[in-house]
Ligand binder design. Structure first.
Ligand SMILES: [Zn+2]
Ligand SMILES: [Zn+2]
Length: 329
C-alpha cells in the first residue's frame, strides 16, 4: 500500500462563500478538506469547496469510493453537497458519517438541505451508492481492504487493526448544535479536525487530549482577538458564537504538543491581508502555524513546507518511532 498521507484544503471559509479579488489568495469557498491516506479518500465537510473537489475527482478517471465526514450540519458545511458531481455518478460509493443530533436523524437533516421547494432535486435523485450513518460517542471508523466498518471504542482490539486507517470522533459542546471533531490516524501519522469550536479558559482540555501529538491540527480561528472581544470598530462582540480566535487555536496546539497548526474557518468578512496578518500574529504564540488556504496541500509523511505568501513556515520535526502517544491510539 502506498505510504501517502496528505491533507488538501478545498474550502477554508466559515459561514458563507466570499468569491472575489479580496479573497483570491486564501479562497472564498466554505469548509471542505480532502485527506488521502494510502489509496483511500476521506472528505471532511461538504461546504462549497467540495464542488471543485468533485470536479478534480471526476478528472482522475477512477470510480470515487470515499468516506465523507460531516463535522456538523450547518449550511457552510453542507451547501456544496448537492453540487458534488460524483454523487450523480452510479459508480460512486459514498460512506457518509456525521453526529447524532438531538431530536433529529442525520439522514433526515441531510435530506432537508436539498428538496423542493427550496431546491430542485432530492437526495434520492443522486445515483451514487450512498450510505448515511450517525456516529455514537466513542465509535471508531476503520478503513481497510475489507471496506469501511464502524466499531465501538472499548471493544475494538485496535492493535490487531494496525494496517487500517482509523477515524476517531469526539463530541464537541463548544458550538451551537451537535458537532464532532475527527482524528484520523494511520501508520503513526495523524490529523485532527476541530472546526466550529470556541475555546475555554485554560484551553479546551478534552480537545487537547484528543489532539495530543497530532502531526496537524486544523482548528477554527474565525475571529481576530479584537473582533471576538467587541473591540473592533463597527463589529459586534462574537464571544459565544461558537468560534475561536487564533490565540485560542494556538493554546490548544501548544498544550496538545501538535507538530503544526492550520487556522481554519476564516471569517468571510476578512480579506486576504487580514487572514494572513492573523496567521503572522499567531506564530508569536505557536510558531508552526499557517492560515489554511484553498489549494494548500500538506504531506504528513514529510517535513514539507507549504507555500504561502506569509512568512516562512517551518514544521517542527516529528518523532519517527512510528508510535503515537495519544491515549486513544
Ligand atoms: Zn461553520
Ligand atoms: Zn456551525
Amino acid at each position: 500500500m502506498e505510504t501517502t498521507f496528505t491533507v488538501k484544503f478545498w474550502g477554508v471559509r466559515g459561514s458563507y462563500p466570499v468569491p472575489g479579488p479580496a479573497t483570491a489568495r486564501v479562497g472564498g469557498n466554505t469548509a471542505c478538506v480532502e485527506i488521502t491516506v494510502g489509496t483511500y479518500t476521506i472528505i471532511i465537510d461538504a461546504g462549497t469547496g467540495i464542488i471543485n473537489l468533485g470536479k478534480a475527482l471526476a478528472k482522475r478517471g477512477v470510480p470515487v469510493d470515499a468516506v465523507l465526514l460531516f463535522g456538523h450540519m450547518h449550511h457552510d458545511h453542507t451547501q456544496g453537497f448537492p453540487f458534488f458531481s460524483p454523487a450523480f455518478n452510479p459508480t460512486t460509493r459514498l460512506h457518509v458519517f456525521g453526529p447524532q443530533i438531538v431530536g433529529h436523524n442525520l439522514e433526515d437533516v441531510l435530506r432537508s438541505t436539498m428538496r423542493p421547494p427550496t431546491f430542485p432535486i432530492t437526495l434520492d435523485t443522486l445515483n451514487a451508492d450512498i450510505s448515511i450513518r450517525e456516529l455514537a460517542q466513542g465509535e471508531v471508523i476503520l478503513i481497510g481492504e475489507d471496506g469501511v466498518r464502524v466499531r465501538g471504542f472499548t471493544d475494538v482490539p485496535l492493535k490487531d487493526e494496525s494496517e487500517k486507517v482509523k477515524i476517531y470522533s469526539m463530541r464537541s459542546y463548544a458550538h451551537p448544535g451537535d458537532s464532532l471533531f475527527y482524528r484520523i490516524e494511520w501508520q503513526g501519522c495523524s490529523v485532527v479536525y476541530a472546526s466550529d469550536t470556541e475555546g475555554y479558559v485554560g484551553g479546551d482540555r478534552r480537545l487537547v487530549n484528543f489532539a495530543r501529538d497530532a502531526d496537524l491540527l486544523i482548528h477554527d480561528a474565525q475571529y481576530s482577538e479584537d473582533h471576538y472581544l467587541g473591540e473592533a470598530v463597527g463589529l459586534p462582540v462574537t464571544q459565544g458564537y461558537g468560534h475561536s480566535t487564533p490565540q485560542i487555536a494556538c493554546e490548544v496546539a501548544r498544550l496538545a504538543g501538535v507538530r503544526q497548526l492550520a487556522l481554519f474557518h476564516h471569517e468571510p468578512g476578512y480579506n486576504d491581508e487580514q487572514v494572513e496578518k492573523m496567521a503572522a500574529d499567531a506564530r508569536q504564540h505557536f510558531p508552526n502555524t499557517t492560515a489554511a488556504y484553498e489549494g494548500l496541500e500538506i504531506d504528513l509523511t514529510q517535513p514539507a513546507q507549504p507555500t504561502h505568501s506569509t512568512p516562512p513556515y517551518v514544521p517542527a520535526p516529528r518523532p519517527r518511532d512510528g508510535k503515537s502517544r495519544w491515549i486513544g491510539a
